[in-house]
Design a protein around this ligand. Structure first.
Ligand code: NAI
Length: 389
């Protein structure tokens, strides 16, 4: 049984690993962080120290807590330093072969009852688990960036995972103050699947010349209530990450046209215009660059917002239809993982199922593309006059 005495191991001390270590150490666990790169380990120590110092300065933790959290974390440069851990979360490079080889090495040194988890955002948990003799103890525990701030954690059983271990791990992560949801082991899990149309439908509207990017961003923020517009968000995430996630999800779904990436984004990647980090993406962030102005036409804005929202709802509905997660978990995932103003299925109920169907039918009739096919559950709900909640 996992408890506060659980010793937590983290593999990979990069952006995610160091955040996850801080979360577990703050919850009182003894944490061992292993990385095969000494420079990365040194960098993680500095980042942890400065992150705790900031929390102290903002009076979010006391001096005593700061010392305790730091003392709870040990940085190690040899894998066998994880031998006594009860739960290990891997957050290394997103490469299936590398992850598989780390998991099979790990299994040779850890305790029989140690749970092995991966923080992967796009790889199959079942496939990672297949590298272990005991695949029952392998699962996905997927945090969002930054792990110290974002409340959502997706828990992903592989097909061989032991149900009790899943329940115990979920309880433990809940006790860290996180909001956990259970997702089936399918590409993108919940968030990275359901969020795809936020980017792809915006890109499609832009490529068709219906509106420019700044107007689309304006519509989603001003009318839709989203914290950021799709283009500014893609620029922030970086096209090297956001485009690659889209492409990976599309390929893993056997090239389903629903998930097809956009050429306009691929060109940015090819040009090295990765977004804010290179001072150029869809927008130009160079000093002195002038930001374009949105065309604040309410009717156009409503049209843009509705089209993107309807496509998001369609994907959330399909995720429910295919039993990837429950309606509650799908809505929680989008509000707690990517800050959507409302759960998408709740939003569908508010709009009225007949209106959602009407918008989707219009898109489908006009474009005659499989991309706009309507999720069967929306039709079922329409025919039986049912709502999601
Ligand atoms: P990162 O590049 O910041 O850190 C990866 C760390 O792993 C590096 O310090 C590297 O030295 C270390 N590493 C690589 N191979 C290793 C090995 N064989 N043994 C030990 N250490 C090794 O990467 P980041 O962004 O922290 O991502 C880590 C994982 O988390 C990936 O699977 C990624 O898909 C996932 N993830 C990333 C998110 C993000 O926004 N960055 C969000 C959620 C999940």
């Amino acid at each position: 049984m996992l408890s506060q005495q659980t010793i937590v191991g983290v593999i990979g001390s990069g952006a995610m690993g160091s955040g996850i270590a801080q979360v577990a150490a703050t919850a009182g666990h003894q944490v061992f962080v292993y990385d095969n790169n000494l420079t990365a380990l040194e960098k993680a120590k500095i980042i942890l120290t400065s992150s705790l110092a900031k929390l102290l300065e903002k009076q979010k933790i006391s001096l005593e807590q700061q010392n305790k959290i730091s003392a709870n974390i040990t940085f190690i440069s040899a894998l066998n330093g994880l031998a006594n851990c009860n739960l290990i979360i891997e957050a290394i490079v997103e490469n299936l072969d590398v992850k598989k080889s780390v998991f099979s090495e790990l299994e040779k040194i850890v305790r029989e009852d140690c749970i092995l988890a991966s923080n992967t955002s796009s790889l199959s948990i079942t496939s990672i688990a297949a590298s272990c003799k005991n695949a029952e103890r392998v699962m996905g525990i997927h945090f969002f960036n930054p792990a110290t701030i974002m409340p959502l954690v997706e828990i992903i059983p592989g097909i061989a995972s032991n149900a009790d271990l899943i329940t115990n791990s979920k309880k433990l992560v809940d006790s860290w103050g996180k909001v956990t949801v259970i997702a089936k082991d399918t590409p993108g899990f919940i968030v990275n699947r359901v969020a795809r149309p936020f980017y792809s439908e915006a890109l499609r509207i832009y490529e068709e010349g219906i509106a420019d990017m700044v107007t689309i961003d304006w519509a989603m923020k001003e009318i839709g209530g989203f914290k950021m517009g799709p283009f500014e968000l893609m620029d922030l995430i970086g096209h090297d990450v956001n485009y690659v996630v889209t492409e990976t999800v599309w390929k893993q779904f056997y090239y389903d046209p629903k998930f097809k990436p956009a050429l306009s984004q691929k060109r940015l990647l090819e040009a090295g215009f990765l977004g804010r980090k290179t001072q150029r993406g869809f927008y130009n962030y160079a000093p002195g660059a002038i930001m374009p102005e949105a065309q604040k036409n309410k009717e156009l804005g409503e049209r843009i917002f509705k089209r993107i929202l309807i496509m998001l709802i369609n994907e959330a509905a399909d995720t429910l239809y295919l039993k990837i997660a429950s309606a509650e978990d799908i809505d929680l995932a989008m509000t707690k993982g990517v800050n959507y103003p409302k759960g998408l299925l709740k939003w569908a109920d508010e709009l009225g199922i007949q209106n959602v169907i009407k918008e989707l039918t219009d898109l489908k009739d006009f474009y005659e593309e499989d991309r706009y096919r309507i999720s069967p559950i929306l039709k079922q709900n329409f025919w039986s006059q049912k709502s999601f909640y």
